[in-house]
Design a protein around this ligand. Structure first.
Ligand SMILES: [Zn+2]
Length: 335
């Protein structure tokens, strides 16, 4: 169950500054803040942008509690916020629209200009409130901000990163034992990390594993501590909380270090799209290989590459993506 009361308040913080947002909503959104007396990077964690993904929220709560209890932040600030409050309370992915698909510039501008009481889409209200707390964190930052948006998925998957083009990212990627997926064609431009990147922040989404697997919360926590160490915000020798196995992020050397997406197969409901059984994230495919079918016939891979986000749930507009190697483990840019 998601707890809405495990909040680590900064005593100097007054939620009423977010007028006209209801201060009670700010309290619900706020997971915690840790502040070091020394200036440094500002790590902003967002969790539960999808309401059926509570493991990221658990992880963020644990990290904030540990940081506050140990008082061991060497420099900078850490903020953690819940994403889709209404959907989290109902354990639903979203209420009206997917909160991680609506961050296109024009839409954000429209939401920003609209009074809250005139926003009829539940996720537009969430967005407006999130913009409020994100701006607060950015105003408070004493160094370069880095956004880490925590997610899980419906199918089992190895942990992976999407995004991560910013300058702080290289150090982080070398520490995180997970492949990163780049999106040069902008398939994910409606996502929060992409919005943040467009506004000059270093940002990434981190996918830990299955929604209902408690190991996903553990992997999220390990990933956050890894980022804190990579950004030199905690001692390099700082161990994860003792209960946590250090090797919980499973490595798979057959998956390249960086993958660049070059193909998306979009799906419309009337096409009766069915993915061929058995594909997992990052499975290799060859040019011409049958990947799925719909009422127009078989759907083939346009080239050699790796399948990404194969659609096995009932609903969704993305059938699958195909990516190619951007950087292998040996550092080569193609295989
Ligand atoms: Zn998600």
């Amino acid at each position: 169950m998601i707890s809405f009361v495990e909040t680590v308040w900064d005593d100097s913080f007054d939620p009423a500054i977010f007028a006209p947002t209801d201060p009670r909503r700010v309290r619900l959104r706020w997971i915690g803040r840790a502040k070091s007396p020394n200036p440094g990077p500002c790590l902003i964690l967002t969790a539960g942008l999808h309401g059926n993904e509570p493991m990221g929220v658990h992880a963020a709560q644990n990290v904030m509690k540990t940081l506050r209890a140990a008082d061991n932040l060497r420099r900078g600030d850490v903020f953690a916020f819940r994403g889709n409050l209404t959907a989290l309370a109902l354990v639903k992915r979203y209420i009206d629209r997917d909160l991680n698909r609506i961050w296109a510039e024009e839409h954000v501008e429209e939401v920003r200009k609209t009074p809250r009481e005139s926003l009829y889409c539940s996720e537009d209200r969430e967005m407006l409130e999130l913009l409020g707390v994100l701006n607060y964190a950015l105003d408070e930052a004493s160094g370069e901000p880095f956004l880490m948006d925590l997610h899980t998925s419906s199918a089992p998957s190895l942990p992976f990163v999407i995004g991560g083009q910013g300058k702080q990212f290289q150090a982080i990627q070398d520490e995180l034992n997970a492949p990163s997926v780049h999106d040069p064609k902008g398939y994910f431009q409606g996502s929060l990390f992409s919005f943040a990147e467009r506004h000059g922040l270093s940002a990434m989404a981190f996918e830990a594993g299955r929604h209902d697997d408690e190991a996903s919360a553990c992997i999220h926590e390990i990933a956050v501590w890894t980022v804190l160490r990579a950004l030199d915000m905690v001692e390099p020798t700082e161990k994860y909380p003792a209960t946590m196995p250090e090797s919980a992020i499973p490595a798979d050397m057959s998956i390249p270090r960086e993958i660049e997406l070059f193909h998306r197969h979009g799906v419309r409901p009337e096409e009766s799209f069915v993915m061929k059984p058995g594909f997992r994230n990052f499975d290799r495919v060859e040019r011409g290989q049958v990947i799925a079918q719909d009422n127009h016939g078989y759907i083939h891979s346009p080239d050699n590459g790796f399948v990404f986000l194969p659609l096995y749930q009932q609903s969704g507009e993305d059938g699958f993506y195909v990516g190619r190697v951007a950087r292998s483990h040996s550092g080569r840019s193609a295989e």
